[in-house]
Design a protein around this ligand. Structure first.
Ligand code: EZ4
Ligand code: CO
Length: 401
């Protein structure tokens, strides 16, 4: 079998997606996700100019060799654009291999370790009351794990707080600038979770995402203040270029820590994992080297009691979600899968075998990863330049988020 053609399809069914379609001379094809939210066209150029010409005529069964060729062979290793391109190719090649084997992908990985994949979804609110109502409503839909966020009183709602969980509302032609205050945020979050525990009790898993906005000592304080409410985890407490920064948080709190949605390789989390500074590693197939990358990172994490928790917002396409849930079905050290749902147009463009059943996703038994792209539908939704917002402190200082 040989790779005959590779197409890159860019479309915007509510969010922008970059999809790779690899077609073989035997007619089998596979699809992969290569989306980097807000930097989509950089990946398209990288694929079309530098990756695809090298792969035509190669044996698509040699997934590992192609992965190494694109990683080591480029000389310029790592980085979000390179790794998203590798991820898109890798996910499509695993799709082809599983189709050739006439198996669902999870079978090829070693078979099912579980029947269903626990997910968490997001709730935000303009104030604590609104968030509590949202959590109660989602629990009634069968969710067993919920991420709760709240706007900071006196500041306009900002990304990842409230009121909307529909991230398409946040997408703008140029980045919107939002206002952040650590001082106002820190005492508010424990009040939210106190109210939530009073209302929903202790069965429901509750999570919170800080979006990298704190320093280690501030995160240590927040983690400690949240201990009475037994969070499932505190996500992205601090940006993690300095992995050893998490030692300080770890010394001070037993609140479980999750990190890694922007990581590309095992090297981004090597120290975090080997020093047991986090509890959940949040890498996802589209950004961390595809199925091959996830498998490598999760196996390494298992040694150190760190569990998987793939990033799964609306800008991780249903194809990457398909790759994730097949890995989730197999991975022995599974933790949870993020799933923020998709807009109707996104479902229409990516027919998928996986499906949500209350608080869980199931893979389905379709061969491959079970997700396709409908190119006719894609043609209806042309690319629109869009960005997520930028955060500044009240004095105008550019902030992490
Ligand atoms: O900010 O996917 O956990 N999920 C998140 C997401 C990310 C976006 C970035 O593109 O934090 O909302
Ligand atoms: Co997050």
């Amino acid at each position: 079998m040989k790779i005959k053609e590779i197409r890159v399809i860019v479309a915007s069914p509510g969010r922008n997606f970059v999809t790779v379609k690899i077609i073989t001379d035997e007619g089998l094809y596979g699809v992969g996700d290569a989306t980097v939210n807000g930097r989509e066209k950089a990946v398209v150029a990288y694929l079309e100019d530098h990756v695809i010409p090298c792969l035509i005529g190669r044996d698509p069964m040699r997934i590992e060799d192609i992965w190494q060729y694109l990683y080591k062979g480029a000389y310029w290793r790592r980085g979000p654009i390179t790794m998203a391109a590798i991820s898109g190719i890798d996910i499509a090649l695993w799709d082809i291999k599983a189709k050739a084997a006439n198996m669902p992908l999870y079978q090829l990985l070693g078979g099912a370790s579980r029947d269903k994949i626990m997910i968490y979804q997001h709730v935000g609110g303009r104030d604590i009351e609104e968030t509590v109502e949202g959590v109660v409503a989602l629990r009634e839909k069968g969710l067993v794990a919920i991420r709760a966020q709240v706007s900071i009183p006196g500041l306009p709602p900002i990304y990842g707080t409230g009121p909307s969980t529909d991230q398409s509302a946040m997408v703008q032609t140029l980045p919107v600038e939002e206002v952040w205050s650590t001082h106002k945020y820190l005492p508010l979050v424990p009040k939210l979770f106190e109210r939530l525990r009073d209302t929903v009790g202790w069965d429901l898993h509750l999570l919170h995402d800080v979006h990298h906005r704190l320093t280690p000592i501030e995160a240590a304080r927040l983690g400690r203040d949240l201990e009475p409410y037994r969070l499932f985890w505190l996500e992205d407490a601090v940006p993690a270029e300095l992995q050893e920064g998490f030692r300080l948080i770890r010394q001070h709190t037993t609140t479980p820590l999750a990190l890694g949605e922007i990581f590309n390789t095992i090297y981004d989390c090597q120290q975090l994992i080997s020093e047991q500074l986090i509890d959940y590693i949040r890498v996802t197939s589209v950004h961390a080297g595809g199925v091959t990358g996830l498998r490598r990172i999760f196996d390494f994490a298992a040694i150190y009691h760190v569990r998987s928790a793939c990033h799964g917002p609306m800008d991780v396409s249903p194809i990457a979600m398909g790759a994730n849930v097949h890995v989730d079905r197999w991975v022995p050290n599974f933790g949870i899968q993020e799933f923020s749902g998709y807009l109707e147009a996104t479902h229409e463009m990516f027919p998928h075998a996986w499906e949500q059943q209350g608080g869980y996703l199931v893979t389905g038994e379709a061969i491959g990863h079970g997700v396709d792209i409908d190119e006719k539908v894609a043609a209806k939704y042309p690319y629109k330049q869009a960005y997520l917002p930028i955060a500044r402190a009240e004095d105008g200082t550019l902030w992490s988020w």
